[in-house]
Structures are given as structure tokens and as C-alpha cells.
Design a protein around this ligand. Structure first.
Ligand code: T5A
Length: 208
């Protein structure tokens, strides 16, 4: 059995990752691919518990390095229990965020060193790298307005400043310039245009 394909979706809050992932899943299924759709932090019962810890707004301080370690702990559990087995049985895995989110949020947003993040990425998932990353890029005010219109409450990240999200977006754009695997898509366009651009990128980069 050939290994499946691993596609990750990235971008700031409200960029449209979950919406686009649903559209992509439907298209891949119509093409008779087995598709496993998942998200980070989370994706398995224990990793979802870590998600809850890291997203909920509590009274204790969670230092940026602790946040990184929690993200990678959840990621390793997710990779071992869901992503690697799915790829080994030939599924296409669509993952809403992966290590680029740690690079952008904890690295760009919070200033954690790239050395720490890259050494953990090597230790945790050296063998499981995305085949393609779709960076849905929107101006911060557009993403935050979409996310706010959809939700009633805000989590630990959504309550961050605009300046924080500008740093996150800037790091994502730097990563896209440096890595051929990342395709930047202008996600401020109408949804149908964004979805068409996503399908085009998948067809071009991962031909059947
Ligand atoms: N995090 C995560 C880290 O800090 N480090 C890490 O390593 C990881 C893995 C996860 C948080 O964790 C942080 C980053 C995050 O802050 P989450 O709840 O999963 O939290 O947050 P998001 O992934 O940001 O979820 P959102 O739902 O906010 O964003 P999406 O999925 O990008 O947006 P989506 O698809 O839900 O769309 C939002 C709204 O916009 C509309 C949709 O209909 C929806 O109403 N929309 C559009 N409207 C107009 N035009 C378009 N093109 C549109 N596309 C979508």
C-alpha cells in the first residue's frame, strides 16, 4: 500500500481553514481517496485534553516555552495514534494546523527561539512532514472580524493583541517564502475563489 498524502492548512484565526478543509475533503472523496480530517492541537482523545488545557483562559501563567512543550506533546500523541497510521494505510490526511503553527504563534508571536522549536520538531516527528501546506493568508483585521462574527467567547489566543497576530502572520509569510512546500493563497477573496485556488494547488502539487 502506497503511503497517503499529508496536507496541512495554516493561517491566522478566521482565515477559513476549517471551511476550506471541508470543501477539500469532499473533493478528494469524490475522487475516491480515503480522507482523514483532523486538527491541532488535538485530533485524539488525549491530545484534545491538552488542547483544552492550552486554549482555556485560566488564572495560571503558561509560559511560552511551556506552551511549546504542550503543543509538541499533543502533536506526538496525534502523530503516533492517528496521523502516521492513517498515512500508512494510504489515507490522505488533512490537518487543520501542524508545526508551522508553532513556528508562527510561539516563534513569531511569542518570540520562542527557532532552535528550540526545530529541535523539538526533529525529535517529535522527523519522519512525518507535510507533503503540502496551504497557507490561507488574510489581513489580521479580516481574520479577526470573521472569527469574532462566528464565535461568542474568546480563548487564550483569540484574546491576544492585533500586534501579536501581525507577528504571527509575518512569520507565516516568511515561512512561505522560505519553503517550497508552502503555497500562499489569498484568503481575503470570496470563498469560491479561495476554494478554487486550493483545488488548483492540490492538483498541481499532488497529482493523482
Ligand atoms: N496554536 C495551534 C498555537 O499557538 N500553536 C500550535 O502549534 C497550534 C497547533 C487553535 C489555536 O491554537 C493556536 C492557534 C489557534 O489560536 P482553533 O480554535 O483551532 O484554535 O483556531 P483556528 O484554527 O484559528 O479556528 P478558526 O475557526 O478561528 O479559523 P479558521 O478555521 O481558519 O476559520 P473558519 O473556516 O472557521 O472561518 C471563519 C469564518 O469565516 C467565514 C466562515 O464561514 C466562518 O464563518 N469564511 C469566510 N467568509 C468570507 N470569505 C471567505 N473567503 C471565508 N472563509 C471563511
Amino acid at each position: 500500500m502506497a503511503r497517503g498524502r499529508f496536507i496541512t492548512l495554516e493561517g491566522i484565526e478566521g482565515a477559513g481553514k476549517s471551511t476550506v478543509a471541508e470543501e477539500l475533503r469532499a473533493r478528494l472523496r469524490a475522487r475516491r481517496h480515503a480522507v482523514c480530517m483532523t486538527r491541532e492541537p488535538g485530533g485524539t482523545p488525549i491530545a484534545e485534553r491538552i488542547r483544552q488545557l492550552v486554549l482555556e483562559r485560566g488564572s495560571e501563567v503558561i509560559a511560552a516555552e511551556a506552551e511549546v512543550l504542550l503543543m509538541f506533546a499533543a502533536r506526538r500523541i496525534h502523530v503516533d495514534n492517528l496521523i502516521r497510521p492513517a498515512l500508512e494505510r494510504g489515507d490522505w490526511v488533512l490537518c487543520d494546523r501542524y508545526t508551522d503553527a508553532t513556528r508562527a504563534y510561539q516563534g513569531g508571536g511569542r518570540g520562542v527561539s527557532a532552535d528550540l522549536i526545530e529541535s523539538l520538531a526533529d525529535a517529535v516527528h522527523a519522519d512525518i512532514q507535510p507533503d503540502l501546506t496551504l497557507l490561507l493568508d488574510v489581513p489580521v483585521e479580516v481574520g479577526l472580524a470573521r472569527a469574532a462574527a462566528r464565535r461568542g467567547t474568546t480563548d487564550r489566543f483569540e484574546s491576544e493583541s492585533v500586534a501579536f497576530f501581525e507577528r504571527v502572520r509575518a512569520r507565516y509569510l516568511e515561512l512561505a517564502r522560505a519553503e517550497a512546500r508552502i503555497v500562499r493563497i489569498d484568503a481575503s477573496q470570496p470563498l469560491a475563489t479561495v476554494v478554487a485556488a486550493v483545488h488548483e494547488a492540490v492538483d498541481a502539487r499532488l497529482p493523482a
